[in-house]
Design a binder for this molecule. Structure first.
Ligand code: KIV
Ligand code: ZN
Length: 390
């Protein structure tokens, strides 16, 4: 599978996520190490900061193709060409978009179908004369009439695009709709094998990851995602979630390709730090508590074999490891384990004292190691008790 990352463009569109050009370069380098195939590096016609970031990335990012977002305007394509000029031709591209749904045609662009198609094809001709890699996305594809959508794709491919995009711009689809639309497109776009099919989902219904996985099963070649799922409104498909789901189920989704999943958590953390958009503590893959367990039965199982209560080991994605925290729901095994880890001498009376303390632990708090030491060192071990210190 080819992963295209749009953290630096759609991700940055999230309110408050604005990145300085130098920060974008740092994230792009991390995404390069992670092994993404292409980077949606920004929308250069939109701001000098976007142009500057792309100019900085162009000579230093090694492997991914860098693409610049453009409207169907020659001036946008010229600006992209200037910003990307330091990059080898086979490593740079433009990604054009134009609203195609009835709403966009009527209320945003005031153009009919024929005018929209002309606008797209003229811009694609301009782009293909200047770039080897050209993608086209019908914006609001998921609300565009299927016959018009297929006509646009056929014509765009004939015009020489290398990738056709399928954006669910307002995140309105569910997996069944994705399956039906992609099947229709593949059955009715006769030249579809000449271009890659890239899918791009927004998360307004919380379905972006499920939709992306459905699209993979339906033959999508490229999945476009953002780190931490940041992006417009409810965000985009979370790259780390798709990558791990694919890596756990190659029988369903095929090989993961060049992505190095052990770089996921460090990259998620870097994006959170530089965008200032914190990871929710329970965010799948990289959230602070997703490998932490407080409940006694789970702690006991995890100590016997981590796989009892984990879908995958934290080390797989570059996280530190399972954390057994001590709170109201914790049990004897976890207390003993923590005391051993701290190198404290203890017996059953000490453990009972800690368990007593845990019962009265204030809501939402955990027992810190310092307090644990205090409790244990304040009680004299009873004579003859078995010492479980290693
Ligand atoms: O969601 C969307 O439609 C987009 C386009 C610019 C492709 O991000
Ligand atoms: Zn988008």
């Amino acid at each position: 599978m080819l992963f295209s990352d749009t953290t630096l463009r759609d991700g940055e569109q999230m309110p408050g996520a604005t990145l300085e050009p130098a920060d974008k370069v740092r994230i792009a380098q991390a995404l390069d190490e992670l092994g993404v195939h292409s980077l949606d590096a920004g929308f250069p016609a939109s701001s000098e900061a976007d142009r500057q970031a792309i100019r900085l990335m162009a000579p230093v990012i090694k492997r991914p193709v860098l693409t610049a977002l453009c409207r169907t305007l020659p001036s946008d394509i010229d600006i992209a060409e200037e910003a990307l000029q330091a990059r080898a031709r086979h490593k740079r591209g433009v990604s054009l978009f134009c609203g195609t749904s009835p709403l966009h045609r009527r209320d945003k662009l005031q153009k009919d179908r024929a005018q929209i198609l002309r606008l797209i094809l003229d811009a694609l001709q301009y782009a293909t004369e200047r770039f080897e890699i050209v993608a086209f996305s019908p914006e609001d594809a998921s609300r565009t009439e299927l016959d018009f959508l297929c006509e646009i794709y056929r014509e765009a491919i004939d015009a020489g695009v290398t990738t056709i995009g399928f954006p669910d711009t307002v995140g309105v689809l569910t997996p069944d709709g994705v399956r039906d639309m992609l099947r229709h497109i593949q059955d009715h776009v006769s030249n579809i094998e000449k271009a890659l099919l890239a899918v791009h989902f927004h998360n307004d219904l919380g379905c972006a990851v499920a939709n992306t996985l459905e699209a993979v099963q339906e033959g999508a070649n490229v999945v476009q995602c953002t780190m931490n799922g940041i992006g417009e409104r409810a965000g985009n498909t979370s790259l780390e979630e798709v990558a791990v789901a694919m890596s756990l189920h190659p029988d369903l989704y095929g090989p993961l390709g060049s992505l190095n999943v052990s770089r996921l958590v460090p990259t998620c953390r870097l994006v959170a730090e530089l965008t200032g958009i914190p990871l929710p503590i329970n965010k799948p893959i990289a959230g602070q508590t997703v490998f932490a367990t407080e409940a006694g039965i789970h702690q006991d199982g995890l100590l016997k074999n981590p796989d009892t209560y984990l879908p995958f080991r934290p080390e797989l994605v570059g996280a530190e490891g399972v954390q057994l925290v001590l709170g109201r729901h914790s049990g004897r095994r976890a207390v003993e384990h923590r005391l051993q880890a701290l190198g404290l001498r203890f017996d059953a009376a000490h453990v009972n004292a800690v368990l007593e303390q845990l019962k009265s632990q204030p809501k939402g708090t955990l027992l810190e190691d310092a307090r644990l030491r205090e409790i244990v060192t304040g009680i004299k071990p009873s004579t003859g008790a078995s010492d479980v210190t290693p």
